[in-house]
Design a protein around this ligand. Sequence first.
Ligand code: ADP
Length: 342
Amino acid sequence: MDTSIPSELSAVFSLLRSGALIVNPNGLVLEASKPARALGLVLDQRITNTELAALVQQVHEDGKTRKADIRLRMVGQPPRQLSTRVALLNTQHVLALIEDRTKERRVEAIRRDFVANVSHELMTPVGAIKVLAETLTEAATDPDAVRRFAGRLQGESDRLVTLVRQIIELSRLQGDAQLQDPSPVRLDELIAGVFDTNRTDAETRQIQLACEGPTELSVLGDAAQLAVAVNNLVANAIAYSPEGTSVVVSTTDLIDSVELGVSDQGIGIPQADLDRVFERFYRVDPARARSTGGTGLGLSLVKHIAASHGGEVKVRSKEGRGSTFTLVLPKQADTDSEELAG
Ligand code: ADP
C-alpha cells in the first residue's frame, strides 16, 4: 500500500505557521511543519515527546480523535505549554496539530495572580482601618490616644486611596496601549512639577533635589501620565535613600529620543531583584516598603507609561551605592518643536 504523502499536502505543510505532524502507523513522522520542528518535536523522523507519541499511537489504534495539553521541556529554556489535537487523516496517517499556548497561559496566570494580589493588598489597609476604628471607639475619653489613632487611621486610608488609584490607573493603561491625544510636554515643566510635589518629603529627609542636562526639551505624550511616571521615580529615590544625600534628575538629548534619568545615592537594589522590580506588587523588602507607604505598583506603572509612549524604562543599581532609573522617550516631531518655539 502506498503510504506516501501527496505533494500538495507537503506544500501546505511548508506554509503552516502552527505545529503540525503527519505520522504513519509505525510512528514515523512523514511531514512536520516548521514550527513543529522548531519546538524540537521531531528527531530522526520520530516524535521526541513521549506523551504526544503515545497520543498518536492511541489514535492509530482506535481512530478516535484526542485532545491534550502537554508540558514540553526544552533544554535551556522554560517549559512550553502545548495544546494538541490528534486525529485520523486516513487509514494510514494520523494528523497531530500542535499550538504553542505558553504566552496565553502566562497571561492568564499573571491575571489570576493579580486578582489574588489585589485582594490581599486591599485587605491589609482595610483590616488596619477596622482595628483602628474599634480602638478609637474604646479610647474615646483619652484625647491623646484619639489623636494618635486618628493619625494612623488617616495614614492607612491614604495608603488605601493610593493603592486603589494605582490599580485603576494600571488597568486603564493596560487596556489601551496607545496614547489618546499626545501633545508636546516640556521636560523642564514636568521636572519642576515633580520637584514641587516631592519637596516636603525631600526636605524632611534632608535630601537635595537637583537637575542636570538640557531641560528645554519636549516629548510627545500625555503630561499627566508622564508626571505620574517621573513622580514615582523621584518619590522612590527619596524613599530609598538615607538622609543627607542627593537625588539628581538628568536629561539627555538623543537623536530620536530623550533620556530622563533619576539617580540616587540610596540603598540600591540587589542584582537578583533588578529584573523583578517592575513587576506588580514586587518589593525587594516588603517590610521596608510598608514603612515607606509603598504599594509595589509604582514601577510597574512607570513601565506601562513608558511603553504607552513608545519608550522604555531601564535600571542600573549597586547595593549600598545607589540606583539610576532611566526613562527613554521618543522625541516629538521636529515640525512640532518649531510650532512650539513660534
Ligand atoms: P513601592 O511602592 O514599594 O516603592 P515600586 O514598584 O515603586 O513599589 O518599587 C518596587 C520595589 O523596588 C520597591 O519596593 C523597592 O524595593 C525597589 N525600589 C524602587 N526604587 C528604588 C530605589 N530608587 N532604590 C532602591 N530600591 C528601589
